[in-house]
Design a binder for this molecule. Sequence first.
Ligand SMILES: [Zn+2]
Length: 155
Amino acid sequence: MFKEFKKFIMRGNVLDMAVGIIIGNAFKEIVDSLVNNIIMPAISCVVGKVDISGLSATFGEIHISYGQFLNAILNFLIIAFSLFMAIKVVNKINEINKSAMSKLSKKGEEKVAPTTKKCPYCLSEIDIHATRCPHCTSILEEAEAENTTKTNANE
Ligand SMILES: [Zn+2]
């Protein structure tokens, strides 16, 4: 049985889950602090003192503290929003890394995006974005268009 338990503990997803829970707790503290020390004071600054967690209603004997419920919803929305933003940022960073990596690997493979082109008039190598050939001073904007438009322009 101990062996089985050891196997269970050592399974990758158990450790991942533990890490997730610990990080989640740490993250919750950040969000709590964000709500209690920054967002709530900022709201009170604009709207006046608000403490929705104290809101409650009493119907006869029944005491309904819906303020705490609203507080929990607000906390959830703030946590969800900060998670959303964090994931967005991480995705953006991953995207940048990926594109940088693919660029690097492409370079390694050999195929580099062309940085030069040939001038159609003097056939010398010039910068890909050049609109005028530095060698023969031809204007290259028309030359970049397809052959069909080129023949039309020549007429
Ligand atoms: Zn040229």
